[in-house]
Design a protein around this ligand. Structure first.
Ligand SMILES: [Zn+2]
Ligand SMILES: [Zn+2]
Ligand SMILES: [Zn+2]
Ligand SMILES: [Zn+2]
Length: 257
């Protein structure tokens, strides 16, 4: 969506782009403080003192009157550079395409164009209203700034609603976890209770079986012992008890099998 656009000069860089002409001729780089309109040269603090001694009548401008200074070399290069041929200067203007162009461009793209002339010639017939352009740029800059602010706040609100939704997802997850924990707990308790009651019933059956088996074994021993002896009363009681116990066992077996 957004691509960073290359920026031109910041106005604070402007002064740094002017070097003292006098120092420069001695291969020293000093930031200029004064521009002399008569010499068409910039001077640093030291050199302007000497210049002032020699040429008191020259008209000079300080950094507070930057609008009277010439255009910097950097600015000139920036304006004259052909976008398509970096090492070429814009020298021509094609009226058909309404486009400044270098000699390469003119040769490659504007050979069939009817009105291609030197910029130095075009200037004479089409003076530019730079104030109006400056105002237009201001307006567009404002619009871009507004758009940027809107996008920035949208960006933040996307960020905000993302966090909110993320929290919602986490809350639901937490609730599901708790519900599953509860369900697991209840199910395990049910399972435990079932096991306990089933085991209790089975244990009762095992105990009952043991009791009946013990009783029957005792009676069986008694019956075997009494079979060879003729003790009428005991035999009668044993027989009675055996029949009772056998019936009790049979009823019990019938009930459970
Ligand atoms: Zn100097
Ligand atoms: Zn001067
Ligand atoms: Zn070109
Ligand atoms: Zn053209």
């Amino acid at each position: 969506m957004a691509t960073p656009l290359g920026s031109v000069h910041k106005s604070s860089d402007l002064v740094k782009d002017f070097c003292c002409g006098a120092c420069k001729s001695r291969s020293i780089e000093e930031i200029a403080e004064i521009y002399c309109e008569t010499c068409l040269k910039c001077f640093c603090g030291k050199c302007i003192y000497l210049h002032g001694q020699l040429y008191a009548d020259h008209i000079t401008y300080g950094t507070e009157d930057m609008n009277k200074w010439p255009v910097t070399k950097k600015m000139e290069d920036f304006l004259f550079k052909c976008e398509n041929h970096k090492d070429k200067k814009l020298k021509m203007f094609c009226k058909d395409h309404s486009q400044p162009c270098c000699t390469n461009c003119a040769f490659l793209n504007h050979r069939l164009c009817k009105e291609v002339s030197l910029i130095s010639e075009s200037v004479k017939t089409n003076p530019s209203d730079l104030h109006e352009l400056s105002n237009k740029i201001e307006t567009i800059l404002k619009e871009l700034k507004n758009l940027q602010n809107t996008r920035q706040s949208s960006f933040q609100s996307v960020e905000g609603s993302y966090s909110k939704r993320l929290q919602e997802v986490r809350d639901v997850r937490q609730k599901l976890n708790s519900a599953l924990d509860e369900l697991e707990k209840a199910t395990l308790k049910e399972l435990d209770d079932l096991r306990t009651s089933l085991q209790a019933a089975l244990k009762t059956d095992v105990d009952n079986c043991n009791k009946l088996m013990d009783d029957l074994e005792l009676l069986s021993e008694a019956v075997k012992e009494l079979a060879d002896k003729s003790i009428g009363e005991m035999a009668f009681i044993a027989s009675r008890k055996c029949l009772d116990k056998i019936q009790e066992s049979q009823v019990y077996l019938k009930k459970l099998l």
